[in-house]
Design a protein around this ligand. Sequence first.
Ligand code: UDP
Length: 240
Amino acid sequence: MRIDVLGVGFDDLTMEEAVAAGMALLGQEGCHYVVTPNPEIVEVCRENPEAMEAVNGASLVLADGIGVVKGAAMLGTPLKGRVPGIEFAGGLMEKMAERGLSLYLLGAKPGVAEQAAEKLTARYPGLRIAGTHDGYFQEDGPVVQAIADSRADALFVCLGAPKQELWMKKNGPATGARLLCGLGGSLDVFAGVVERAPKFWSDHGLEWFYRLCKEPKRIGRMMKLPLFLVHVRREKGKRK
Ligand code: UDP
């Protein structure tokens, strides 16, 4: 059963369990997709029913940020912990590499996915990169066809939220990939274009603050975090 946080149902999994669940989906017939919402995305879903449907329609809904974990605890339905999308992706690639599976990288500015591919093949020997494409295309058709032609086992979709969630729901089956993961700005990090917060900050639940200092233009988006906490408090009052 999923844990409801303001309408988004989260799977209550540790990182290890999440990676195992992802690998199990990769071994199954059909197409599945994974989403990793943070409080900002939960707020987007509250305002956008289509995004809410796409997120809740995923086979795995992982709690990306400390805010979601705090929110679930405040509501009296704690989650085991956070499962940052980028770490989930790392765990998955490690296992995929062991089995020689192939991965397609979609998203980010031109050149970034190729750079990420280079770094990832060096870091995960055995992992096959089936192809790459930037995230600034006008028509889905040719991109979907290129992915299908690559016969990739899995696909990372890094177009930002809620674009990537809507894209995966609509185009997932036609890509032929068995597992799609919506991973926001992860390709920028894999490519080394953007740095992740040092461990100290993430260990103290302050990764969001680090990112804000590095990219002050995120302030508008980040105002959704206090809004999220206000909504969680209100929901807690209603549940009493
Ligand atoms: N992006 C893209 N196509 C678009 C809009 C965004 O490929 O039409 C990429 C953007 O270049 C970045 C990622 O999507 O690499 C979104 O990053 P952001 O930091 O917003 O995502 P977060 O990790 O915060 O969800």
